[in-house]
Design a protein around this ligand. Structure first.
Ligand SMILES: Nc1ncnc2c1ncn2[C@@H]1O[C@H](COP(=O)(O)OP(=O)(O)OP(=O)(O)O)[C@@H](O)[C@H]1O
Length: 486
């Protein structure tokens, strides 16, 4: 024993050996990181991990957030499914509440970047980790992927049973989701930003002619049931609505009612901010299924979409200010982002790109249908055109039932009489009814409002007629009449 102890190196020898090995390791790491180019470093690391993985009994799946230029539905399913599998082994969790209306609501769990979550399924142990790559010069967005590890022997079972189970569960969660989201596109980070959508509008509160309301509800019901039908007839499972009519007639409210009815998220797209068609394609293909893509005020957006400036032959005469402006834009070398073209948009509605994604609604709203490009109105482009008009007696009764909680009143006939003569929007009627108080007082105020508007219209007509009578010539009278009235 004494001999053995004598043969052992002293403590100081051990320490100095350890220091030398550490220094060597640090030197080697510095040389490896600083002197060897990154591609070679990656190659060596990959080779090493290949060698070690041969000894490992694990198998790894990588599930990226994009798949063949569109959003990866398996990634999305995992995002929805995994927060429901948080267990004792979960060490870190993302928590948040995006509902600004209910800040006291319990926060919802999410999977943090680099967070690990263990799931069990039919005797298998599945380890999930969420990874994120920093943006680089090739991509401005934060690419994310899930790493899913299992035993090598379970690989087939994971593909055949586990991942379909993840997708099925996610679909069922999404179908019964309490909260809806409304997304806006963040150009800077090239991604859709969600916000909790809590619009109270429903078909119950919407003031529409009963036949029109029933037609829309039937159309929505039919659409969601007809997956096989769309497949049989060789069409993408999509539906396009064009809502048109004056401001304040409930177009946006109808979109909210549709989203609440179908439990679909809304993607609110501002076309003016989209740089070009390629950008539009990327934005639209990164929306998810079972959603509504909403483009409001399409008449304002299409100005930049189809009137793209064209090059004029050299020497051609420039004879108005608009043309000069266009030439200026063409001369400007920085004019690289000409905006979205109408054909780019139509390509997504019924062109080749329309088959990307399914169970989607595309809804356009406009105050001026007559300003839209005929290409957009051609039969088959937007499946349903819905006119949202001024308030009718039926709409008024619905609004009175919602805002005043009354089904009938002796003043109703007077209001209905006026409403048929004086154009007034449901928004204006709703504003009047919201004043609150005794229904009779509110209705009397509404009648006064309508009377005032009618008197103003009569006065305006008189002014027009007076101006016209002061002009002798018949043709001039007609021209002036149109201008003054409009
Ligand atoms: N048909 C309707 N039924 C119930 N409420 C309505 C209706 N139309 C308008 N309103 C009320 O008026 C407000 C404005 O309506 P909304 O924004 O939907 O009109 P819009 O047609 O989309 O207007 P714009 O063309 O200016 O966007 C809503 O908050 C809603 O309360």
């Amino acid at each position: 024993m004494a001999y053995f102890l004598k043969e052992l190196p002293s403590m100081s020898t051990l320490l100095s050996a350890y220091a030398s090995i550490s220094t060597l390791a640090m030197l080697f790491r510095t040389i490896f990181n600083e002197m060897i180019p990154k591609p070679i470093r990656n190659f060596i690391s990959a080779k090493f991990s290949d060698i070690f993985s041969n000894f490992s009994s694990d198998f790894t799946f990588i599930i990226e957030d994009r798949w063949h230029a569109v959003g990866n539905e398996t990634f999305r399913a995992a995002e929805v499914y995994l927060p429901t599998r948080v267990g004792h082994s979960t060490k870190r969790l993302l928590l948040g509440n995006g509902d600004t209306n209910t800040i006291t609501a319990p926060p919802q769990p999410g999977i943090p970047v680099d967070g690990k979550l263990v799931d069990e399924f039919q005797g298998m142990r599945l380890v999930w980790t969420l990874r994120q790559e920093e943006p680089n010069k090739h991509s401005h967005r934060n690419k994310r992927h899930f790493v899913l590890s299992c035993k090598k022997n379970d690989r087939e079972k994971v593909m055949r049973s586990y991942l379909p189970h993840v997708c099925r569960t996610a679909v069922s969660i999404l179908n019964h989701r309490q909260k809806l989201n409304i997304y806006t596109y963040d150009q800077e980070y090239s991604m859709w930003e969600p916000t909790v959508f809590k619009h109270p509008a429903t078909f119950e509160t919407l003031a529409l002619e009963p036949e029109l309301k029933q037609f829309i509800i039937n159309d929505l019901d039919l659409f969601v049931k007809r997956k096989e039908y769309f497949q049989c007839v060789g069409r993408a499972w999509k539906r396009g609505y064009l809502l048109y009519g004056p401001p304040g007639t409930g177009k946006t409210t109808l979109v909210a009612a549709i989203a609440n009815y179908l439990r679909f998220n809304i993607y609110d797209l501002q076309l003016q901010g989209v740089r070009n068609d390629a950008d539009l394609r990327r934005i639209l293909t990164s929306t998810t299924n079972r959603s509504i893509i909403l483009i409001e005020d399409i008449d304002c957006s299409t100005t930049s979409t189809h009137s793209r400036p064209r090059a004029r032959p050299p020497g051609a005469k420039v004879d108005n200010d608009d043309a000069k402006e266009v030439d200026g834009m063409l001369d400007n070398k920085n004019f690289l982002d000409p905006g979205v073209t109408l054909s780019g948009l139509l390509n997504f509605i019924d062109g080749l790109w329309s088959s990307c994604g399914e169970e989607r609604f595309i809804i356009f709203t406009t105050n001026h249908k007559e300003k839209l490009d005929p290409a957009l109105l051609r039969p088959g482009r937007m499946d349903v055109h819905i006119y949202m008009g001024h308030c009718t007696p039926g709409c008024f009764r619905k609004l009175a039932a919602t805002y005043l909680r009354i089904k009938d009143h002796f003043l109703f006939s007077c209001v209905e009489d006026l409403i048929q003569r004086v154009p007034i929007t449901p928004a204006e009627v709703a504003q009047q009814l919201m004043e609150g108080g005794n229904p009779q007082v509110v209705l009397e105020a509404l009648i006064e409002f309508l009377n005032t508007r009618e008197n103003e219209a009569v006065k305006q007509e008189e002014v027009v007629n007076e101006k016209l009578s002061s002009v002798g010539n018949k043709t001039w009278r007609r021209i002036l009449g149109t201008t003054i009235r409009s």
